[in-house]
Design a binder for this molecule. Structure first.
Ligand SMILES: *Cc1c(COP(=O)(O)O)cnc(C)c1O
Length: 368
């Protein structure tokens, strides 16, 4: 790709295809694949990403909120879309856009069923979420009887899947905990099936679940971060390809003499002659202040350049004292040779937070 002339997030759809195929190769034939495209497809642009994945044969999509589902439908996505955390005020929109809600408590199940009943619907697809230890959203295992009794009486809705979510699937130290979540989920599913007389699709694994717990793939898996190229461990990340590269450009070079300061609050004071480069990217673009003060680095012409002082809203400054570079040169904030996982770790966070924070102001450029 030609050198950039402004800050861009380059999205490599071939890498996305590679990651999808890699993850799918871990599944038994027939296991369905749900692509998680919430948070603007983890920053990569939900419409383009989802349409591309739909062409590749993804079975289901998931988003967090109703508005994100509407965005997919308006882009022309046809596959089923689960809304993981819908607010009851949006139930009418869920029906209007043929989205499928995750229902996680008696209250939301009742409210959704009554909206579906008023419209005279029959067996509208819904997904029931059970809590097996994350303690975030979900029915408890003890709710199965009540839930089944309710759905037997309210045929306006039909549970097409039961699911749960692992709390620590990437952490080998939590093997026992994850296994207990898997066995609890199995018991919930068996109880549901014996009482309801049918078996919805079962799913529990996110990306690290797919990679670490093949015994828990059930009927479908849900992958987000893996599709975008991060495996939550060096072992898996080397098999995946980062899809997004955040690139910027040098706007101006400055030469600071010993004792001179740089940026707001004089966040950096030169201890020796220092050449700095100013880039058109700041915390309003998703590179927060935690990356400043020398904690994190970017790449300029293949060399490591630390971020100096405080990150500004629209700019940040880097140390290029020992780097041969000029104004207009490209800068890699993160990408294939300087991964978002590494950059995030340098500031004490995770790839998920870094990539989903890239704001809409940054242009997405797709490469096929
Ligand atoms: C976000 C999310 C996922 C995706 O997790 P990854 O670790 O990104 O693969 C899967 N399931 C649920 C319920 C989620 O909220």
């Amino acid at each position: 790709m030609s050198k950039v002339t402004e800050t861009v997030f380059e999205v490599d759809l071939n890498a996305l295809r590679h990651n999808f195929e890699y993850l799918r190769s871990k599944l038994q034939p027939g296991t369905k694949f749900l692509a998680v495209v919430k948070a603007y497809a983890y920053g990569h642009g939900a419409p383009t990403t989802a349409l591309f994945l739909e062409e590749l044969g993804v079975d289901y999509f998931a988003v967090a909120y109703t508005g994100e589902g509407i965005e997919l439908r308006e882009a022309g996505v046809q596959a089923p879309v689960i809304v993981l955390h819908p607010q009851p005020t949006h139930f009418e929109d869920i029906l209007r856009y043929k989205l499928e809600p995750s229902l996680y408590s008696k209250g939301v199940l009742q409210r959704f069923a009554s909206v579906a009943e008023i419209r005279g619907l029959h067996e509208y697809p819904v997904h029931l979420k059970f809590n097996t230890g994350l303690n975030r959203l979900g029915f408890d295992s003890g709710d199965v009887e009540k839930v089944v009794a309710f759905i037997k009486q309210h045929t306006a809705v039909k549970p097409v899947s039961l699911f749960s979510h692992l709390a620590a699937s990437e952490d080998p130290k939590e093997l026992d905990f994850s296994r207990s979540q898997i066995s609890d989920f199995k018991q919930i599913a068996e109880r549901f099936e014996s009482l309801a007389g049918f078996r919805p699709l079962l799913h529990q694994c996110n990306t690290s679940g797919i990679l670490c717990y093949p015994e828990a793939h059930f009927d479908m898996v849900r992958s987000g971060i893996g599709l975008y190229g991060y495996g939550n461990s060096p072992e898996y990340s080397t098999q995946l390809q980062p899809v997004g590269s955040l690139k910027s450009v040098i706007s101006q070079l400055h030469r600071l003499e010993k004792g001179q300061s740089l940026g707001y609050n004089r966040g950096f004071i030169a201890e020796k002659t220092t050449v700095t480069a100013t880039l058109p990217i700041g915390h309003a673009d998703g590179i927060g202040r935690q990356y400043g003060k020398g904690k994190s680095s970017v790449l300029v012409n293949g060399q490591v350049a630390p971020i100096l002082g405080n990150v500004c809203m629209d700019m940040l400054m880097i140390d290029v004292t020992d780097i041969d570079c000029r104004e207009g040169d490209e800068v890699i904030i993160f990408g294939k040779n300087h991964s978002a996982e590494e950059l995030a770790a340098s500031a004490g966070t995770i790839s998920y937070e870094l990539i989903t924070a890239i704001s809409r102001r940054v242009k997405r450029v797709y490469k096929r």
